[in-house]
Design a protein around this ligand. Structure first.
Ligand SMILES: [Zn+2]
Length: 117
């Protein structure tokens, strides 16, 4: 198996087009992230970058993904399912906290005003 990007001076675009050709071949479309790295020797960082840039689309390559920006798990979104879920929960909690904080502030504001007088 040919190792892609083996030449030190290989340009990124060249490596990419070589990889794309390889992936578009029958049966290669379904390869996973790790398999592609192992078979082609392309650096995982480059592969992640291309996935995130949308150069390698998950609609065409369903098993390809890039690390979740929060926990590093391979996902096809910016964040994996569990991180998205926990962020939604956090946001809801923050909304509650903010509402509570505003309430306190509204009450507290008056008190501070009186105090300064
Ligand atoms: Zn995650």
């Amino acid at each position: 198996m040919q190792r892609f990007g083996r030449k030190i001076d290989a340009r990124e675009e060249d490596v990419f087009s070589e990889l794309l050709h390889f992936l578009l071949r029958k049966n290669n479309r379904m390869l996973s992230h790790d398999e592609i790295v192992e078979i082609t020797g392309v650096s995982p960082d480059l592969l992640n970058k291309w996935v995130k840039l949308g150069k390698l689309k998950s609609t065409i390559f369903p098993n390809l993904g890039a690390p979740c920006e929060r926990c590093g798990r391979i996902t096809q979104e910016k964040l994996c399912v569990s991180c998205s879920a926990s962020i939604v929960t956090t946001l809801k909690q923050e909304e509650k906290n903010l509402a509570w904080f505003n309430q306190i502030q509204r009450k507290g504001g008056k008190a501070i005003y009186h105090y300064k007088e």
